[in-house]
Write a protein that binds this ligand. Structure first.
Ligand code: F6P
Length: 585
């Protein structure tokens, strides 16, 4: 079976799309090994990767300091100013969470909240993947104009981990054309020359051209590129993981700094120390006695549940509950999971969520997020092998949520209160308080310790959903091969996967993908020449598009023959490894 290695020197593949050698055998690892491999990958966020600039690079720290100054001046003049955080998928969800957190902080300090977030596909995309709008720069600009109307100073941070999303690219272009009002920042995790250069329909630019323009302008104007490299994702291309965590670290470093600078004119810590505090939290999380084992036990419990067609339910309050919802929302696009496989519920639902568009529960079952919704619709019907995972900061769990006959796990940052029911597994975490205080001081620790609980929760939940889908056989080597072909980036990623394993040419790999999308063995010129957006539209509602294409590419067989193999052995990891080792020849 071929293993795919990373040719670091000759990289033309963006780092965020490259294969991480650490996890190349994750598909055959035990739950404990999976958790440990993920930790090794997360360490790269802080330790850096290859020769590229890391989070601690002087240039990165200097850029962060300049952005902090701009943000602080907007916080001080909030009546006319605004800070806009924008992104697609997980990047948009982290934008939402950050805006929510820092608006609340400003309110606590009796200052005017001045953060707004934008997400491609609007608030529906906070729960369910809406990938087509990610390719729409015009819509991005319209949404930006709408929320910044009347403002005279706007700090715009466009988050796109792969330096690739046209939605964000269009917004950055608009900002550069209006520098009197906007200070544009791009936040991503590739070196600039690896920004995406694919043409996008109805956009006369590419993301690379946008970045090149920013490079030209950055020395003479208030234009910033924040692009440390954190190394390839543990599951190839899954930027929700390391890139999502690094996004959270960087945004919070900027805005904690800005809030304190605005408050007292100075900060009691260096930018570098704030980043270091997340590194300390990361190491503490995995090194704490028994914690890796406990997370692995939850992976095992939840993986067995998914394998038996059960569901995983996260239950939490405040931002920890939101971390659960974000993690759940990422499973369908990443692993082809159903919307019911993993769901998140939040105490007080939309009242606590505080999103732009308010209560979306009328959109359907999967937009119903409150504890009451869960008590009404889920708890009476849970199956014995379903898993409810309670996430709590203070050790308390709402008793109403515990009345169910299924598996239970607890992730807690405080000793469990005595009223809580018994659970099958518990992860009891405590933050490394002394180390954190020595880095950022007692006051900041008191004010911002929640951020460290959130990132710890993110790391644990990402490990749970990654591990469970690996157990379910959704990953081959360290690739999610059953991805949805629902936007331009994913269309090209799918071709890359077919090419990688079949060793066909790019053109032939693309033909295989099209044959699978259109369910035909005779591809007409007319189909080949259709714009990519048409292929995406046709592929989006279909399932198993990439596995089907991949098998017919490896076996040189018809689309129906590869579908037959998939029907016979639905575990994708197995069917691909069997095929590559000649079993299906
Ligand atoms: O296209 C879907 C997706 O890959 C999401 O899974 C991801 O969170 C999002 O795009 C954002 O990607 P980026 O931050 O690179 O623009």
């Amino acid at each position: 079976m071929p293993t795919i290695s990373l040719k670091a020197g000759a990289m033309s593949v963006p780092v965020t799309e490259a294969v991480n050698p650490i996890t190349k055998n994750v598909d055959v690892a035990s739950p404990l090994e999976i958790v440990s491999l993920l930790h090794k990958c997360d360490k790269e966020i802080f330790e850096g990767w290859n020769e590229y600039k890391s989070l601690y690079d002087e240039e990165v720290l200097a850029t962060l300091d300049k952005i902090i100054t701009v943000a602080a001046s907007i916080i001080e003049n909030a009546a006319s100013g605004l800070i806009v955080l924008s992104g697609c998928g997980t990047s948009g969800r982290i934008a939402f969470l950050t805006a929510r957190t820092f608006n609340a902080k400003l309110s606590e300090l009796s200052r005017t909240p001045c953060f707004k977030y934008l997400i491609a596909g609007r608030d529906k995309a906070l729960f369910t993947s809406q990938e087509a709008p990610e390719d729409d720069p015009v819509c991005g600009v319209e949404m930006l104009k709408e929320i910044t109307d009347g403002k005279t100073k706007v700090l715009f941070i466009g988050i796109t981990c792969g330096l690739s999303a046209p939605y964000v690219g269009g917004q950055l272009q608009y900002c550069m054309e209006n520098l009197g009002v906007f200070t544009p920042v791009v936040l991503g995790f590739n070196p600039t020359h690896l920004a995406r250069n694919n043409p996008i329909e109805k956009w006369e630019s590419t993301f690379l051209q946008v970045i090149n323009k920013m490079e030209e302008m950055k020395s003479s104007s208030n234009v910033f590129i924040l692009n440390p490299v954190v190394g390839p994702e543990p599951i190839t291309g899954s930027s929700r993981m390391k890139s999502g965590s690094a996004t959270k670290v960087l945004l919070e470093t900027i805005f904690t700094g800005a809030i304190l600078s605005a408050k007292s004119g100075d900060r009691p810590w260096q930018t570098k120390s704030f980043i270091q505090s997340y590194q300390v939290v990361c190491n503490n999380l995995y090194n704490a006695k028994g914690s890796m084992e406990a997370v692995a036990q939850i992976v095992e419990l939840a993986g067995n549940s998914l394998k038996s067609n059960g569901s995983i339910y996260y239950v939490g309050e405040g931002t920890l509950g939101i971390m659960g919802m974000i993690d759940a929302s990422e499973c369908p696009p990443t692993y082809g999971a159903s919307l019911s496989d993993v769901r998140g519920f939040l105490d007080r639902g939309y009242k606590s969520f505080r999103n732009n568009d308010g209560d979306l529960s009328s959109l359907g079952l999967h937009f119903q997020i409150s504890f009451n919704d869960m008590i009404k619709d889920i708890l009476p019907h849970v199956k014995p092998f379903d898993v409810v995972i309670y996430i709590t900061s203070d050790g308390n769990v709402d008793q109403r949520m515990t009345k169910c006959l299924c598996k239970k796990a607890l992730i807690s940052f405080a000793p469990k209160s005595s009223t809580v029911i018994s659970t099958d597994v518990e992860v009891n975490m405590s933050l490394p308080k002394e180390a954190l205080i020595s880095l950022i001081g007692e006051t900041a620790f008191q004010q911002f310790s929640m951020l460290f609980e959130e990132i710890s929760t993110k790391w644990i939940l990402n490990a749970i959903t990654t591990g469970t889908h690996v157990m379910k056989g959704k990953v081959f080597q360290n690739m999610m091969v059953d991805l949805k072909v629902s936007n331009n980036k994913l269309f090209h990623r799918a071709i890359g996967i077919i090419q990688r394993f079949s060793e066909l040419s790019l053109e032939d790999s693309k033909d295989c993908l099209l044959r699978s999308i259109y369910n035909t063995d005779n591809l007409s010129e007319e189909i080949r020449e259709r714009p990519i957006s048409c292929h995406i539209e046709a592929a989006t509602p279909l399932s198993q598009v990439v596995p089907r294409a991949l098998l017919s590419a490896i076996l040189s067989c018809s689309v129906s023959e590869s579908q037959r193999l998939l029907d016979k052995e639905p575990v994708i990891q197995k069917v691909i490894s069997q095929t590559l080792s000649g079993v299906n020849q």
